[in-house]
Design a protein around this ligand. Structure first.
Ligand code: CDP
Ligand code: CDP
Length: 226
């Protein structure tokens, strides 16, 4: 039969992946995978257990045994709602450090594939189109300038009541970009056949419309047998 459709949305931090992927999923009635949350959950547990970030084996074990569940907008670790806790910069930073470890990435593959259920999936992250769902019906690579992304992150943090400092954010963003792009395993880069979308001067709704238009075009081609 027809495979369950997947829309893969990858891009650097604060490019709007989460916002756009979530809204596209809502519009299509698809499931949504926030793959970054899995790295953040692993990081949160590692920080709490004071696991050494050099102990790849121990970190992979944490990743493989994450007692996590996704309920609507909320993310749970066991019975604890950690939706807010995993958004802290420290957790994001640690996530980006452990994401370079092959064993950790490997440990999270099965969990990610499991999100592909009827009627379809919108998945966001760094390697959705390149590694996890290479046969996705639509692949999008979202970008925006460092300045635009730092500004977005700043606003988000302030709105959530966290402290934020623009200079620190700019430095953190640049470091994280470099780490994501230069790691030897699953580096951040556009997948083959990915549509590029620079949202520096676009709001989230405009980005959502563009992705939906691309998906409609892909469907049309498919239905026409092309
Ligand atoms: O929100 P932000 O883009 O900063 O990060 P995220 O998507 O929540 O992911 C947190 C970290 O996990 C990123 O900095 C990446 O290093 C890593 N990650 C990854 O390596 N592969 C993915 N598919 C998703 C996230
Ligand atoms: O998931 P990722 O780290 O790529 O970004 P996000 O968590 O979705 O954060 C992007 C922030 O920028 C959100 O507050 C959005 O409302 C805002 N934004 C956007 O997502 N897309 C635009 N084109 C403009 C702003």
């Amino acid at each position: 039969g027809t495979p369950i459709p997947v829309i893969a949305i990858d891009g650097p931090t604060a490019s709007g992946k989460g916002t756009v992927a979530h809204r596209v999923a809502d519009r299509l009635g698809f499931h949504y995978l926030d793959s970054g949350a899995l790295y953040r959950l692993t990081a949160l547990v590692a920080l709490r257990h004071e696991t050494s970030l050099k102990d790849e084996h121990a970190l992979a074990k944490l990743a493989a045994g994450l007692p996590c569940s996704f309920v609507g907008e909320h993310i749970y670790l066991g019975k604890e709602d950690v939706s807010q806790a995993i958004r802290r910069e420290e957790v994001g930073n640690t996530a980006s450090r452990i994401a370079v470890l092959p064993a950790v990435r490997h440990a999270l593959v099965g969990l990610q594939l499991g999100f592909r259920k009827p009627p379809g999936l919108v998945a966001d992250g760094r390697d959705m189109g390149t590694v996890i769902f290479p046969h996705a019906q639509l692949k999008v690579f979202l970008t925006a300038s460092v300045a635009a992304r730092a500004e977005r992150r700043y606003k988000q943090l302030i709105e959530k009541g966290f402290a934020a400092n623009m200079a620190d954010l700019l430095q953190d963003l640049t470091e994280r970009d470099a780490r994501d792009a230069n790691r030897s395993i699953a580096p951040l880069k556009p997948a083959e056949g990915a549509y590029l979308l620079d949202t520096s001067d676009m709001n989230a709704d405009e980005a959502v419309s563009q992705v939906l238009n691309w998906y409609a075009a892909v469907r049309k081609r498919h239905d026409a047998g092309g």
